[in-house]
Design a protein around this ligand. Structure first.
Ligand SMILES: NC(=O)c1ccc[n+]([C@@H]2O[C@H](COP(=O)([O-])OP(=O)(O)OC[C@H]3O[C@@H](n4cnc5c(N)ncnc54)[C@H](O)[C@@H]3O)[C@@H](O)[C@H]2O)c1
Length: 356
């Protein structure tokens, strides 16, 4: 016979969904987080997605629920998380899902997290640049990062909200003010640029995109997105015309999607894929896997700018090594100068938003 308290707990687990809005495990639900078992009964990482009910957030939540490295998945948004969390929680994969709604639940959503992924904020509409999003998204990122500094200062942060070239410096300033800044743990997600570059280059070469690796450095907006086609693997050569049109398509891939979606948003599905590819690399690094290398926008000394995207090696403490750009050809050197000019202004804009 099982003790009554055990039986009551099991019944409480089964019926937890009947008590919204305390859907998530918490002090008020009678079901405490500490008592909650990972369904697969094995260790994994605790991951929070902030902006989880959005166009990126929902498919991202779905894909993270499938990831075997995730044991607990917290879904936070200012709208609709009870529905998204209830839906995702029915998937028979290992991660335990909890939903959190609104600013009063932000701290619970963040407490104890190993990795925090942030796709919160407004997306572009046709005719907008990523910088046009600054006014709204800067404030959202600031509030979320203040929460991270309070509740999980040691978490790895994957920042997706645009303009990444400014939101990463904003996050860094918030963490510096809170005394929690560790440059290794703050990563701006530029993976979608790499994913697009691999796809477009593979099309030109007639290869499977999974066999292609294109380093994309600089930042995440227009000319700051700098694909290094001279360093493509497998080694390949391109005509100047091919380089021009590939570079242009990689730099404007986001706008291609924004225009095709005609006012209903920007890239969400490919972004969710790219975010999961990057988050998975971060988790493998945290686990101690060797040789995990991806591009990311990080605090950097690779150029004279304080932040720059380049290849980084991901390990137990985040971006443990930042690789130099390697040899650039004339085309790429000219691109680098253009990228640095725009990037410098965007970084400054982010820093000034907090220091004003
Ligand atoms: N880094 C990249 O490569 C990349 C690619 C595509 C889009 N983005 C950016 O990602 C962001 C999200 O895009 P989307 O298409 O998912 O937008 P969306 O509007 O569909 O979803 C955004 C979600 O954020 C939520 N949100 C708003 N304020 C919040 C707050 N204070 N706390 C928590 N959540 C909040 C909204 O309620 C919404 O559910 C945009 O800034 C977009 O520009 C980045």
């Amino acid at each position: 016979m099982q003790p009554t308290s055990d039986v009551n707990q099991r019944v409480a687990r089964i019926s937890a969904h009947l008590h919204p809005p305390s859907f998530q495990m918490g002090e008020t639900s009678g079901l405490r987080a500490a008592n909650c078992r990972g369904k697969a009964g094995k260790h994994g990482f605790k991951v929070a997605i902030l902006g989880a009910a959005g166009g990126i957030g929902q498919p991202l939540a779905l894909l993270m629920k499938i990831n075997p490295l995730v044991s607990v998945l917290h879904l936070y948004d200012v709208v609709n998380t009870p529905g998204v969390a209830a839906d995702i929680s029915h998937m028979d994969t290992g991660a335990v899902v909890r939903g959190f709604l609104g600013p009063q639940q932000l701290d619970n959503a963040l407490s104890g997290m190993d990795l925090v992924i942030i796709p919160a904020g407004v997306p572009r509409k046709p005719g907008m640049t990523r910088d046009d999003l600054f006014k709204i998204n800067a404030g959202i990122v600031k509030t979320i990062c203040e929460g991270i500094a309070r509740c999980c200062p040691n978490a790895i942060v994957n920042l997706i909200s645009n303009p990444v070239n400014s939101t990463v410096p904003i996050a860094a300033e918030v963490f510096k003010q809170a005394g929690t800044f560790d440059p290794k743990r703050l990563l701006g997600v530029t993976m979608l640029d790499v994913v697009r570059a691999n796809t477009f280059v593979a099309e030109v070469l007639g290869l499977d995109p999974r066999e292609v690796d294109v380093p994309v450095v600089g930042g995440h907006s227009g000319v700051t997105i700098l694909p290094l086609l001279s360093q493509v693997k497998p080694p390949s050569s391109f005509t100047l015309k091919e380089i021009d049109s590939l570079t242009d398509r990689i730099q404007n891939g986001g706008t291609e999607v924004v225009e095709a979606k005609a006012g209903t948003g920007s890239a969400t599905l490919s972004m969710a894929y790219a975010a999961v590819k990057f988050a998975d690399a971060c988790l493998r690094g945290l686990r101690g896997d060797l040789g995990v290398v991806e591009c990311a926008f990080v605090a950097s000394t690779v150029t004279e700018l304080p932040f720059f995207a380049s290849k980084v090696r991901l390990g137990r403490s985040g971006a443990e090594e930042i690789y130099p750009l390697g040899p650039l050809n004339e085309y790429e050197s000219a691109g680098l100068e253009k990228a640095k000019k725009e990037l410098s202004a965007s970084i400054q804009k982010g820093v000034s938003f907090i220091r004003k």
